[in-house]
Ligand binder design. Structure first.
Ligand code: BMA
Length: 343
C-alpha cells in the first residue's frame, strides 16, 4: 500500500518509517491511542517525579498512540488550551517516542481574526489566505507551530516524526475553519498553504499530514474538503457517541466502511483519530460496543479523547464502572498497546 511520496516532498526518512509503522499496525489489529494520556488524568496531573496515565493505572500498560494538542502555541504561550505546559509536552513526547509510541498532534488554534478561541466562528479562513488581510498574522502563528515541532528531537538529536492533524472536523459548524464559515475551496487552499509554509518556508520535515473530518454519511461527503492525494498522507475520522449504543454502532460501522472505501482508492492508512463516549457510562462499552464494531476493519488506530475530570473523561480511571471491561479489551491480541511492541 506504501506511497512512495509524502505530502511534504522533503519529508525525513523517519516520516517514511512512521508511515510504514502505521501501515503495519493494521496487519496485527489496531493500536489504542489516548489524548493527553501522560499529561493528566482524573484527579492527577503530571509532575517530574511520576510518569503515569489513567490507562496505565487501569491496565498496567500505556497506549501505543499518544495525542497532544498545541492550541495556544500560536501566541507563544507557555501552556496549551488545557493547561499543559509546552515544555512538559515536549518531554512527554520525547519519552513516548523513545518507548516506541506513535505521536499525533492536533491544533485547536484560536481564531486569527477575532482572537477568540477555536469555537469562535467569525469568518477567518478567507482572510488568512495569501493576499488576505490576516495572512501575515497566520504566517506568524504557523512559525510558532514550526518552532515547536522542530524542537521535538530524540536523545540523538533526530527529529521525532509526528502525525499532524490540523483543522480537523472541518465539516462541522463548531470551529472557525468549519464548512459553514469557509467554502471547501477555501479550506483546501488553507491546507495547501499550511503545508507549503511549514515545509518550504519554515523547513519543517518531520510531519505526516492527516486529514480528519467529523462523521459523514458517504464517501462524497468525506471527500468534500479533501485537498488531494499528493498533500494528504493519512485519512482520519472523528466520531463520538452522543446517543444510544445502537445508533452509535450503526454510525461507526458506516463511517469505518466509508474510510475503508476511500483508503482503498487513495491507498493510504486510516484511523479513528478521535472517538469516545464521555464518562463511559456503559459498563461493557469497550468489548461489546467499540471493539465489536471496529475489529478487523483495517483501521490503524483509535484515539480516545482526554481524561480531564470526573465530569469529562473518555477512558476509565481505577474503579470507574467500565474499568474491568477496559482491562479485558486491552488484553485482546488485536488491540495494540505499548507493551505489545516490546514482545
Ligand atoms: C474538547 C474538550 C475541551 C478541550 C478541547 C481541546 O473536546 O475536551 O475541554 O479544551 O477538546 O482539547
Amino acid at each position: 500500500m506504501t506511497n512512495l511520496t509524502l505530502a511534504d516532498t522533503r519529508a525525513l526518512p523517519q516520516v517514511f518509517a512512521l508511515q510504514r509503522k502505521i501501515e503495519h499496525l493494521s496487519e496485527r489489529g489496531y493500536a489504542f491511542g489516548h489524548q493527553d494520556t501522560t499529561s493528566y488524568g482524573v484527579g492527577w496531573r503530571h509532575n517530574h517525579d511520576s510518569y503515569t496515565s489513567d490507562v496505565y493505572k487501569v491496565v498496567g500498560d500505556f497506549p501505543l498512540v499518544y495525542g497532544f494538542d498545541i492550541g495556544q502555541i500560536e501566541h507563544g504561550r507557555e501552556k496549551n488550551l488545557d493547561d499543559v505546559p509546552f515544555n512538559t509536552m515536549c518531554a512527554l513526547i520525547q519519552k513516548a517516542h523513545k518507548e516506541g509510541g506513535i505521536i499525533t498532534i492536533s491544533w485547536h488554534a484560536d481564531n486569527p481574526v477575532s482572537k477568540g478561541d477555536s469555537w469562535e466562528t467569525t469568518i477567518a479562513v478567507k482572510h488568512i489566505l495569501k493576499g488576505g488581510s490576516y495572512f501575515e498574522v497566520y504566517k506568524e502563528w504557523l512559525k510558532k507551530v514550526a518552532d515547536f515541532v522542530l524542537q521535538l528531537k530524540d536523545e540523538n538529536g533526530m527529529l521525532i516524526p509526528i502525525a499532524f492533524r490540523p483543522f480537523h472536523e472541518m465539516n462541522g459548524a463548531w470551529f472557525w475553519w468549519g464548512n459553514p464559515h469557509c467554502s471547501p475551496k477555501e479550506y483546501k487552499t488553507l491546507w495547501l498553504q499550511t503545508l507549503q509554509l511549514l515545509s518550504v518556508e519554515f523547513e519543517v520535515h518531520n510531519l505526516l499530514y492527516v486529514y480528519a473530518p467529523n462523521l459523514v454519511g458517504t464517501t462524497g461527503e468525506y471527500l468534500l474538503n479533501y485537498p488531494g492525494d499528493h498533500v494528504v498522507d493519512m485519512l482520519g475520522l472523528d466520531l463520538y457517541q452522543h446517543g444510544t449504543a445502537k445508533a452509535f454502532q450503526k454510525t461507526l460501522k458506516t463511517n469505518v466502511e466509508v474510510l475503508r472505501m476511500v483508503a482503498e482508492t487513495v491507498k493510504k492508512p486510516y484511523a479513528l483519530t478521535e472517538i469516545g463516549l464521555d464518562r463511559v457510562l456503559e459498563p461493557l462499552w469497550w468489548s461489546t460496543i467499540l471493539d465489536a464494531t471496529i475489529a478487523n476493519t483495517g483501521i490503524a488506530w483509535v484515539l480516545l479523547w482526554r481524561n480531564d475530570s470526573k465530569n469529562h473523561f473518555f477512558v476509565p480511571y481505577p474503579d470507574q464502572l467500565s474499568a474491568s471491561d477496559f482491562k479485558i479489551f486491552s488484553e485482546k491480541t488485536h488491540v495494540l498497546f505499548l507493551g505489545d511492541e516490546k514482545v
